[in-house]
Design a protein around this ligand. Structure first.
Ligand code: FRU
Length: 501
């Protein structure tokens, strides 16, 4: 069966297509850049994590999914669960663009669990092709806010339309999406990413007493324009601080800030919920959640242990660089789950504690020289799949090779991640550090996630050199630098992902 772009897609369409595409699944399964400990599409495309929620010890992770093609033209929600972040079940797609109000995409959204019921909110995207005047910004696009509930995360009540494009404030364009819920002092708040008619990005804040009836309350924006559209807003309390993560689009690069085509931005907010006033605590530059090439649309949730956990899309829309896997039928992945903290207005992120269970063999290094001697040995025994922890003292200049043609270097207080081989258009990303103390690096077959100084800075990227198939000169984990360094490198076990069938 041929799936046509922007036709409604039902569960039956998917089931039929699935039966007919065993060979595609096998081909994608053999593709040499498949990751070993990240969630990725069985076939096709993933983007934003959606509906993150924990209920009775089960973590539900949904995400934007196009099983049919690696170009992400058709957006469904896929559903994965885990109880320990080591063993996962991939239960397959659960939400399809099968109604008039979500016909061109079951877009991003979130989950909110209370009294044994999980409430879901997402954006139903509609493109009105029959309108002669559409530009999809001020006309021709429907951004519908849709609600439904579930008790088990797998079976849902009927989709219920809460708001349509006509319901949003008059000065707002038809770009409104990605609802996320926060409960505060007995009331529910919904944030929605938006673009106004002057193409300024902002967040709309709605209020409700019952999760069903929503009234417009307020908005969050910066004093000066900061991009034309803020996608995927997430308003939450973290260590007593009201925080907003969102993805502003169209922010121009400023030196080593805002280097990606679209941003992922952390802001602290002065919130007066009673009077509906939310002020961004302005800083000279807003902290990027992640400064790597491939990070976007993160979402957070609170788990039963009180941890604020973030998962991001390890990809980005409209980048100038590519993933060579697309020609083999798949691209993109989700990041590792990270636990968040905020201190003095700075966001800190560390991969979840549970991931230490993946650690297998380990090598300790007392200095860079020892690491260099063992670099080649490590390559042969670990391949590109490892975790490394390094401590530095008095280090103001260094270069750490992470694989052929990929280096992290420090010079004049600036960390640079550069990819010269297998970057498919990726070049260099930067971040300023005051004191360089610590690195934690997760390397998977074709990805790197780098956490600096207990997670005050992160870089996530895909990289397609040295993925374990080809022989390269020089080995990885070669180090040169001043001061002293020591550390440990661990081999890592694979995630166990059980697919629905
Ligand atoms: C962010 C985003 C969201 C939208 C979704 C569609 O990557 O553009 O704003 O809901 O992706 O897949």
């Amino acid at each position: 069966m041929k799936i046509e772009k922007y036709h409604k897609v039902t569960r039956e369409d998917y089931e039929r297509w699935y039966e007919e595409n065993q060979a595609l699944r096998e081909q994608v399964g053999r593709e040499p850049h498949r990751l070993r400990y990240h969630l990725m599409p069985e076939t096709g495309w993933v983007n934003d994590p959606n509906g993150l929620v924990e209920v009775d010890g089960t973590y539900h992770i949904y995400h934007q999914y196009d099983p049919f093609g690696a170009d992400g033209a058709i957006k469904l929600w896929n559903h994965c669960t885990t109880r320990d972040f080591l063993h996962y079940e991939d239960l397959g797609p659960v939400l399809f663009p099968d109604h008039d109000f979500d016909a061109h995409g079951v877009y991003s959204g979130s989950a909110f669990s209370e009294d044994g019921v999980i409430h879901y909110f997402y954006t139903g995207n509609v493109k009105y092709f029959d309108r002669p005047d559409y530009d999809y910004i001020t006309a021709g696009r429907g951004s519908n806010t849709i609600h439904m509930t579930s008790r088990d995360g797998q079976h849902f009540t009927e989709k219920e339309l809460l708001m349509t494009t006509a319901d949003y404030p008059d000065d707002i364009s038809c770009h409104v999406r990605d609802p996320k819920i926060l409960k505060h002092e007995g009331r529910y708040y919904m944030v929605l990413g938006a673009r106004d008619l002057e193409s300024r990005g902002l967040v709309l804040v709605y209020r409700s007493e019952d999760l069903k009836h929503w009234t417009y309350c307020s908005r969050i924006s910066t004093r000066e324009p900061f991009g034309y559209m803020w996608e995927c807003p997430d308003l939450f309390f973290l260590d007593g601080e009201l925080c907003l993560i969102s993805c502003p689009q169209g922010v121009p690069r400023e030196g080593i800030e805002y280097e990606n085509v679209h941003q992922n931005t952390f802001m602290c907010i002065d919130g007066d919920f009673e009077n509906g006033r939310f002020l961004v605590k302005e800083t000279p530059v807003f902290q990027a959640v992640d400064r790597g090439f491939d990070f976007y649309a993160p979402q957070t949730f609170l788990d039963g242990r009180g941890r604020r956990i973030l998962i991001g899309w390890m990809g980005i829309p409209e980048a100038s660089y590519e993933n060579p896997t697309a020609k083999d039928g798949w691209q993109h992945a989700l990041t590792l789950p990270r636990q968040l903290h905020v201190k003095d207005g700075v966001l800190y992120q560390e991969p979840l504690e549970e991931l230490k269970e993946l650690r297998r063999e380990r090598w300790r290094f007392a200095d860079g020289e020892q690491l260099n001697v063992a670099g080649e040995l490590l390559r042969r025994s670990l391949g590109p799949v490892f975790e490394a922890e390094f401590q530095f003292s008095g280090c103001t200049s260094m270069e750490l090779q992470l694989r052929a043609g990929t280096r992290l270097s420090l010079e004049n207080g600036v960390l640079s991640l550069s990819i010269q081989e297998g970057g498919f258009g990726r070049d260099t990303r930067h971040g300023a550090v005051k004191e360089f103390r610590r690195l934690r690096i997760f390397s998977d077959v074709s990805s790197l996630e780098i956490f600096v100084n207990d997670g005050e800075m992160a870089f996530s990227t895909r990289v397609y050199a040295d993925c374990g198939q080809e022989e390269h000169e020089g080995g990885y984990l070669a180090f040169s630098g001043n001061g002293s360094m020591e550390g440990t490198v661990y081999g890592l076990a694979d995630l166990q992902v059980k697919r629905r069938r």
